[in-house]
Every structure is written in C-alpha cells, then in structure tokens.
Design a protein around this ligand. Structure first.
Ligand code: FES
Length: 98
C-alpha cells in the first residue's frame, strides 16, 4: 500500500518491487539505470554532465543528480532517498552508504 510521506514528495521516483532490477533514475526524463549504464559503457560517459548530454537524465528538476552520481560511482541507485541520505544528509552529495 502506498503511503504519502515527505520523502515521496521530495524524491519523485517511487519504485514498485518488479521495477527494482532496472530502477528509474530520472523521473522527469523517464531514464532507467540500464540507459545510464549503456551511456557509460558505449558512450564512455564518466561525469554527470556527460550523462546529462547523452541521456537527458538530470536535465529537468535535477533531483536525480545524486542517483546518477551513485550509478557513475558503481553504487546502487536506490540505497536511500538522496535528500535524506543517511551518510551525507543532503541532496547532490554522493551517498556512501552502499
Ligand atoms: S528526476 Fe531527473 S531531472 Fe527531475
């Protein structure tokens, strides 16, 4: 059952269990983790800006920048809401809790 919380309002990506294998990283541009992986492997993207350019992920509200940075660093994208990261506690810092 879905329960609205402050976290849901801050972090627009709400995943269902079956979507966990390829989570949506950017809700604004509807970009999945697999697309970012392809941009890294085929497009040699290594920075947030390169992912922005190749996939359009992170070019809307930018709330997903933390998740993109996590994927770039090899961490799970969904290890916690970016805005309430237990390691860093703020948006746009790379979560180290993986
Ligand atoms: S969720 Fe990615 S730009 Fe808004």
């Amino acid at each position: 059952m879905y329960e609205a919380t402050f976290v849901n309002l801050v972090d627009p990506v709400i995943e269902t269990p079956k979507a966990e294998s390829d989570p949506t990283i950017c809700a604004c541009m509807k970009v999945k983790a697999s697309t970012i992986q392809i941009a890294m492997e085929v497009g040699n993207a290594a920075t947030l800006e390169e992912i922005n350019d190749l996939t359009q992920a992170g070019t809307g509200c930018r709330a997903c920048s933390c998740r993109i940075e996590r994927v770039l660093a090899g961490f799970p994208a969904q290890c916690g809401p970016c805005s309430l990261c237990p390691a860093c506690g703020v948006v746009s810092k790379l979560c180290q809790c993986a």
